[in-house]
Ligand binder design. Structure first.
Ligand code: ATP
Length: 348
């Protein structure tokens, strides 16, 4: 059992707040992703769980132990970093076996455990190679196998895919997903890549400036972003956001009129996703000139310029138009999200 609990965890350096009031229970076997832009405090949070950084305030529990004063090596965790940290003079087998030697696991168990871990990441054929003779993806898999071989209660992974090229990232991501399903170990995974977060996580923690913005399943945060920061961080493209005025259920902005909404009269930020809107066959709710058109293969992304805002809509793959040509976009009230203009918090 390795439930992890963070109770009001804060990290400050002088006046600078790295992580603020982090409060969360991570159930045993959950795959939790810490997501946010560079500098938002995700690595610091993970390093505090690992014991590599001391919290300024708060408690960290792993299983039934408060671990604030427990050494990293005694926390029963395995870490995987973006730099693989392999020993260049050892071959793959020896690299994977290394944690077992350090931990004085009986020699008789080594071979079987190394073989099991290397098979899981499909490295069986590379056991005699040195790291220099491996590709980046293979090295990252050695790092994963070395984490697995320990059979820890908790995995911590800090941007483990960021050194890989786009194609390898996708295949290694699938491998991590599959591994997590097989191993069922509590995992905390740090990334700034929202697609990694959405594809891997049971739950995602979205952070900005040291503050947790939202905790939820990928579907929760995609469908019901808590504020404009989350709305604009999750999704590709980001959610369209436009400022305007809500009056008697009608949103009005530059080039935009959307009836049928609910909410109090006053200024609001309206949001909707490109894939929820469509090119109108007759009159739509946004009328504006085409700014750009991108062919995605399975669809055409059309961006229009409405007032100062660029608004994207996903059209059929056959859709074509000229830059500058007027286009009408259907934005039914049901697909719209409303946010407070001043705070960015979700209103409906
Ligand atoms: P990245 O994706 O770039 O790694 P991150 O979200 O993981 O970003 P952290 O490494 O957690 O961010 O850093 C959070 C903030 O704390 C940053 O602004 C960073 O500059 C600051 N910080 C980190 N370590 C220290 C330190 N030892 N002293 C002072 N400030 C620090």
């Amino acid at each position: 059992m390795a439930e992890i609990v963070l109770k009001n965890v804060n990290k400050r350096w002088g006046n600078f707040v790295g992580v603020k009031d982090f409060d969360l229970t991570i159930p045993d076997r959950e795959f939790l992703v810490l997501l946010g832009p560079s500098g938002c405090g995700k690595t610091t949070t993970m390093r505090m769980i690992a014991g590599l950084e001391d919290p300024t305030e708060g408690e960290i529990w792993i299983g039934d132990r408060m671990v604030n004063n427990v050494d990293p090596k005694d926390r029963d965790i395995s870490m995987v970093f973006q730099s693989y940290g392999l020993y260049p003079n050892m071959n793959v087998y020896e690299n994977i076996r290394f944690p077992l030697k350090v931990r004085k696991v009986p020699e008789a168990e080594h071979k079987e455990r190394v073989m099991r871990a290397s098979a899981m990441v499909e490295l069986d054929d590379f056991l005699h190679r040195k790291p220099a003779a491996l590709s980046g993806g293979q090295r990252q898999r050695v790092a994963l196998a070395r984490a697995i071989v320990r059979e820890p209660n908790v995995f911590l992974m800090d941007e483990p895919l960021s050194n890989l090229d786009a194609k390898l990232r996708v295949s290694t991501r699938a491998q991590i997903k599959n591994l997590s399903h097989e191993l069922k170990v509590t995992t905390i995974y740090v990334t700034h890549d929202q697609i990694e977060a959405m594809t891997l996580a049971d739950r995602v923690v979205v952070m900005e400036k040291g503050i947790v913005q939202q905790v939820g399943t990928p579907t929760d945060i995609y469908d019901n972003p808590a504020n404009t920061f989350v709305a604009s961080f999750i999704g590709n493209p980001a959610m369209n956001l436009m400022e305007g005025e809500l009056k008697d259920g009608v949103f009005t902005g530059k080039n935009v009129t959307i009836p049928g909404l609910t909410g109090s009269n006053g200024p609001v930020t309206l949001g909707f996703r490109a894939e929820d809107a469509s090119i109108a066959t007759s009159t739509g709710q946004i009328d504006a000139p085409v700014y750009s058109m991108e062919l995605l293969g399975d669809a055409t992304m059309v961006t229009v310029k409405a007032g100062g805002a660029l608004v994207a809509v996903k059209a059929d793959k056959e859709y074509r138009s000229e830059i500058g040509a007027p286009v009408s976009i259907a934005v039914p009230a049901e697909i719209c999200h409303l946010f407070d203009v001043a705070t960015g918090q979700r209103l409906t």
